[in-house]
Design a protein around this ligand. Structure first.
Ligand code: F6P
Length: 341
């Protein structure tokens, strides 16, 4: 049996650990597809054997490359994206695919499975917002990077009596902001699930200054004030129709300065959160996902995704992973609110 492996969407620490585990565990023959769905769409492959995965466990990024190519949108002259993928898999002798990705990549996998392609999914995203799995790998690494940044920003904020705003990733879900903010002792945490009130945020900032400490505000890039649209720095859309986010931190800094008279500055962590070596937690989770994905292929459990439930790796239908996002529940946010101001 010949199995294709691909990594799609935003990269994330732990992707290489999955690829390594798949190849090391598998008795099948593997072939890598380059750059997410672009690989099967264009028949762009790379050899994937034990030699190719040597030494990659601690490496961030993905040796296969990634992209946000959406084959469901590819309807150029001739055959559409799904048919092109079917043709390429047939001519390469690929019987099954292991697709490692988030909401969009696994959404495509769900559709391809419905069209008769043998696919097993592996959930990844630093945002930790995929349904049906308690955690995705990459999240723990991103949280630790953001926490370390917050720790460092505390000392410089105190020295200069400034409010420092830290913008972290999190398009629809505020998991990174919530965990990094709690772990780093932030004074305000703003998440996409809960539109914020600028006056209230400024109240927390002022209170913090009154207690002779400098405030740290952690804001997810998808957070927005209640009476406004998303704060979007660029109008660019990707091929799945997602707008490129960024800018809410700068907006907060300027409003806080205006309304409190205190100096406020913003640090955008951006792709630093996605780069570099994965934490031990993410390496172990990614490795276990890889092992179980190969087993699923071996068992012919197509249309399934491996998932973490409690401490067990289970199989869930691919559709369950993408039908609704896992958002921060109200009671989890309430725990963090105890520390605001
Ligand atoms: O989905 C992961 C993620 O890092 C989001 O948090 C963020 O909005 C998006 O990817 C950014 O993607 P890109 O690097 O393609 O701009």
């Amino acid at each position: 049996m010949r199995v294709g492996v691909l990594t799609g969407g935003g990269d994330c620490p732990g992707l290489n650990a999955v690829i390594r585990a798949v190849v090391r565990r598998g008795v099948q023959e593997f072939i890598g597809f380059r750059d997410g769905w672009r690989g099967p769409l264009e028949g762009d492959t790379v050899p994937l054997d034990v030699q190719a995965v040597r030494g990659i466990l601690p490496r961030g990024g993905t040796i296969l490359g990634s992209s946000r190519t959406n084959p469901l949108k590819e309807n150029g002259p001739g055959r559409g994206g799904v048919e092109q993928i079917k043709d390429n898999l047939a001519s390469l002798g690929v019987d099954a695919l292991i697709a490692i990705g988030g909401e969009d990549t696994l959404g495509v996998a769900t559709r391809l499975y419905a069209e008769g392609i043998n696919v097993v999914g592996v959930p990844k995203t630093i945002d930790n917002d995929l349904g049906a799995t308690d955690y995705t790998f990459g999240f723990d690494t991103a949280v630790n990077i953001a926490m370390e940044a917050i720790d460092r920003l505390h000392t410089t904020a105190e020295s200069h009596h400034r409010a420092l705003i830290v913008e972290v990733m999190g398009r629809h879900a505020g998991w990174i902001a919530l965990h990094a903010g709690l772990a780093g002792g932030a004074n305000v945490i703003l998440i996409p699930e809960r539109p914020f009130d600028m006056d209230k945020v400024c109240g927390y900032v002022e209170h913090r200054f009154q207690t002779r400490y400098a405030p740290i505000v952690v804001v997810a890039e998808g957070a927005h004030p209640g009476d406004d649209d998303l704060s979007v720095a660029s109008g660019k859309l990707d091929s799945f129709g997602h707008v490129q986010l960024g800018g809410v931190g700068a907006l907060l800094a300027s409003e806080i300065e205006k309304r409190t008279g205190k100096e406020a500055r913003c640090t955008v962590l951006g792709h630093i959160q996605r780069g570099g070596t994965p934490t031990a937690f993410d390496r172990v989770l990614a490795t276990r996902f890889g092992l179980h994905a190969v087993q699923a292929v071996h068992d012919g459990a197509f249309g399934q995704m491996v998932a973490l439930q409690g401490t067990d790796i289970v199989r869930v239908p691919l559709s369950a992973a993408t039908e609704s996002l896992k958002l921060v529940p109200v009671e989890r946010y309430a725990e963090a609110e105890v520390f605001f101001g």
